[in-house]
Design a protein around this ligand. Structure first.
Ligand SMILES: NC(=O)c1ccc[n+]([C@@H]2O[C@H](COP(=O)([O-])OP(=O)(O)OC[C@H]3O[C@@H](n4cnc5c(N)ncnc54)[C@H](O)[C@@H]3O)[C@@H](O)[C@H]2O)c1
Length: 309
């Protein structure tokens, strides 16, 4: 059997893609997830490799680590849909901060963990116009970004306390199969798959850096296998930004039919970043990683994906 790897949040959108990637590479993958947002069937592991535990349950998390004895841990469990976090700030802090403390303390006490990856976000950056590199000043705009900045600080403190190498991945906007949260692309997918050709959407001009979950998973895997020491932070994005209109155009191209847009005032966000673009030169330089999925290729699979709406 390959290396024992524990993925928290492995039944979620990105975590399940990561499970597939690491299992395909021969790792022995275990999942810890409370299934609050994820789905059991998304995590491609046997029942004896799946632990349904809430990361706020400190004792439960410690028990899982004692049973699994993982060599590497990728901590992705969190709540992250920004409107949900804004409405539930206490839960966001409990899960993303207290939960992270529990996972990192379990890493420290297991005695087997040689490397840790934590999922952060581009939401730790303030509003900026050009491509953002990792050394850009930080300034989260919302509760979610604040909890993830705390996650980064806790991961750094964990490294200084234990000496265990830590990689912090700042994810930009993920897209791909099995989305669990009502983000822009699954919303367009849902409306198009339901037969709509005039889509009702919010702000149309903001641009985002969309990266396919399979490309993200290869990036995480590459970061774990290139011998990094200390605490290292990497943007994980595609390095290209697309507006909402451009995403709709990609759907229209793949559908082979025109799509129209009607602005739905109820969906317009009052505070909106106009740009969010990753500078991924550090990731490429250190790992040799290159993205494989274009927006059009990813969108094509979403038009035929077997989804339950
Ligand atoms: N999706 C994106 O575009 C994006 C962007 C930036 C950062 N991220 C980060 O990536 C990670 C994964 O996000 P995702 O898009 O796959 O979301 P997701 O909601 O699909 O995955 C999160 C997983 O964590 C689990 N979880 C939530 N609360 C938990 C708890 N208390 N205990 C145990 N498990 C719990 C959920 O059930 C889910 O399976 C998160 O840390 C998120 O903050 C995602």
């Amino acid at each position: 059997m390959g290396k024992k790897i524990l993925i928290t949040g492995g039944a979620g959108f990105i975590g399940s893609a990561l499970c597939r990637e690491l299992s395909a590479l021969g790792s022995d993958v275990f999942v810890l997830d409370d299934l609050s947002f994820g789905r059991r069937e998304l995590a491609p592991v046997d029942d004896d490799h799946f632990h349904r535990v809430d990361i706020r349950d400190r004792h439960g998390v410690m028990e899982v680590f004692r049973a699994v004895r993982p060599e590497q841990v990728l901590h992705l469990a969190a709540i992250h849909f920004i409107p949900y976090c804004n409405e539930h700030p206490v839960a966001a802090a409990d899960i993303n901060i207290t939960g992270t403390i529990n996972v990192l303390d379990a890493c420290a006490s297991a005695g087997t963990v040689g490397q840790v990856f934590v999922a952060s976000t581009a939401a730790v950056y303030p509003i900026a116009d050009g491509a953002i590199a990792e050394d850009h000043p930080l300034g989260p705009l919302d509760i979610y970004g604040i909890t993830k900045l705390a996650t980064e600080k806790l991961a750094s403190e964990f490294h200084h306390r234990t000496g265990t190498p830590v990689v912090i991945g700042r994810f930009f906007n993920a897209f791909g199969p099995n989305e669990t949260n009502p983000h822009l692309i699954p919303e367009i997918q849902k409306q198009v798959r339901a037969g709509a050709r005039t889509l009702r959407l919010g702000n149309l001009d903001p641009k985002r850096d969309f990266i396919h979950t399979e490309d993200m998973s290869r990036a995480m895997s590459a970061l774990l296998s290139c011998g990094l020491q200390g605490v290292e932070t990497f943007n994980i994005g595609r390095g290209i930004e697309y507006s909402v209109r451009e995403i709709v155009e990609a759907f229209a191209r793949q559908l082979g039919e025109p799509l129209h847009i009607e602005v739905d005032a109820a969906r317009v966000r009052k505070v909106e970043r106009m740009h969010l673009l990753a500078d991924v030169s550090k990731l490429k330089r250190i790992t040799g990683w290159e993205p494989r999925w274009s927006i059009d290729e990813g969108v094509a699979t979403l038009l035929t994906e077997d989804v339950a709406f």
